[in-house]
Unconditional design. Structure first.
Length: 124
């Protein structure tokens, strides 16, 4: 089959563009759901983005070394229903996060719950 004009290729391009988000959405494949971790950390950045909000955290290790972690949160819509907004967390805030870690041991994962600076615990 040959495509000689834009009208004949448009449906194929539309299909490819619409399928891209489905292909890219496999975060859960990299998580260890048999393990949970608890991190007490300083918020470096709170990302209010779709499909998931995220927390970039500065975590101090046992030996004093600091590591940057990136944790997925729920979607902004789900967080809004729990009382969150784009300014719920600010850089410098201290939080405690329970999370499923990344399988390969890199500093990341998916938050299960977040204890906010005011002591409120929010399930994700």
């Amino acid at each position: 089959m040959r495509f000689t004009d834009a009208k004949s290729i448009f449906p194929i391009l539309a299909l490819l563009l619409l399928s891209a988000p489905v292909c890219a959405h496999h975060t859960a494949d990299s998580l260890d759901f048999d393990t949970t971790i608890e991190l007490s950390a300083e918020v470096k950045e709170f990302l209010w983005t779709n499909p998931y909000a995220a927390l970039r955290l500065e975590v101090s290790g046992e030996n004093g070394a600091r590591a940057e972690w990136l944790l997925d949160l729920a979607s902004p819509g789900a967080l809004t229903r729990r009382g969150w907004n784009a300014t719920t967390l600010e850089p410098g805030d201290t939080v405690t996060v329970n999370a499923y870690p990344v399988i390969d041991g890199s500093p990341g994962g998916r938050a299960i719950s977040v204890t906010l600076p005011d002591g409120t615990i929010t399930e994700q």
